[in-house]
Design a binder for this molecule. Structure first.
Ligand code: HEC
Length: 117
């Protein structure tokens, strides 16, 4: 009995971990942010489907654990937390969430501090 409970917990934890893919910053940028037809652009302009929003949220969730080439850690943490919060709000269908996402996903504001070169 006890061993069954333990197995259940282990299997559940394994499934949960497999559900979230950790990606580096470049991958998130190239796959989710870059270009006029990007996932971010679609979702932030209200043209994305709920599945797009969920996918974007999954991508941006990788960011806080990664280290940007430049800028201080506190600023990176704050900016990426805002981006996740905004993507989550779109997933949750909160009013005004897409415009919050546009602000949180401002390319220049983040690049000028953290992108380097
Ligand atoms: C929260 C911060 C943040 C936001 C918002 C952000 N970026 Fe980035 N971006 C970065 C960082 C940091 C890098 C540098 C990654 C590296 O060199 O490892 C980067 C790199 C890139 C790259 C180069 C990727 C490569 O390695 O080839 C592209 C393209 C890019 N961003 C596009 C965008 C676009 C377009 C937007 C806005 C729609 C955007 N980013 C918004 C942080 C951000």
């Amino acid at each position: 009995m006890k061993i069954n409970v333990l197995l259940f917990i282990l299997v559940s934890a394994g499934l949960y971990a497999a559900d979230v893919t950790q990606r580096d910053i470049s991958t998130v940028m190239k796959d989710a942010m870059k270009g006029d037809a990007s996932l971010h652009k679609k979702v932030a302009t209200g043209k994305g489907t709920p599945a797009d929003a969920a996918k974007l949220l999954d991508y941006v969730k990788s960011l806080p654990a990664e280290s940007p080439p430049e800028g201080d850690a506190a600023s990176w943490k704050e900016k990426t937390a805002k981006l996740i919060e905004a993507a989550q709000a779109v997933v949750d269908g909160k009013p005004g969430a897409t415009s919050t996402l546009q602000t949180a996903g401002n390319c220049k504001a983040c690049h000028s501090e953290h992108k380097g070169k």
